[in-house]
Design a protein around this ligand. Structure first.
Ligand code: 6OG
Length: 157
């Protein structure tokens, strides 16, 4: 894994409303993982920082601006068909704007106690609660065959 170079760089943003105990998720309408629930996010543009990408994608998908995002982890995905994806994971507790449906996503405020893992990518069970609730930092490496997770390795820092 050490020298592995991913083909696609992407981001995920999780906006947490600490007072209400909820997180802003999306039902994704198109792109990789369409139909699934995830955080907003997407691919990094050439020359763009990953933090800028996470904020921009959240604006594009939901009309919300995340303030002071903090990076909590890195996901490394290898798909058996050859696609390799590296994803930086951000958490923010302040934001501006009201979440609005767009052509890309439906907003879903979700209780932190009832994260909808059955409708999310299979890797999320291994890190999402720890990041959102316990504010842990991690690196995760996962091998997927389409939607099926074959192997996983987690490191907590
Ligand atoms: P667009 O197609 O929207 O970028 N993504 C994944 N997220 C999780 N939690 N698990 C996976 O397991 C994922 N594969 C991709 C990263 C893709 C978006 O989908 C996320 C990006 O936010 C394999 O441009």
């Amino acid at each position: 894994w050490q020298n592995w170079k991913p083909g696609v760089l992407a981001t995920l943003m999780f906006i947490v409303d600490e007072a209400a105990g909820r997180v802003l998720l999306i039902r994704k309408k198109r792109g990789l993982g369409a139909g699934k629930i995830n955080g907003p996010g997407g691919k990094i543009d050439p020359g763009e920082t990953s933090e800028h990408c996470a904020v921009r994608e959240t604006q594009e998908e939901l009309g919300v601006t995340a303030l002071d995002p903090v990076k909590h982890g890195e996901l490394w995905f290898q798909f058996v068909d050859g696609l390799a994806l590296h994803v930086d994971v951000y958490r923010a507790t302040r934001w501006e704007g009201e979440p609005t449906e767009t052509p890309e996503a439906i907003p879903l405020w979700t209780s932190l106690k009832e994260l909808p893992f059955e409708e999310m990518w299979a890797d999320d069970r291994f890190w999402l609660g720890e990041v959102l609730i316990d504010q842990k930092n991690f690196t995760g490496r996962f091998l997927f065959d389409d939607d099926t997770m074959l192997t996983h390795e987690m490191e907590w820092h």
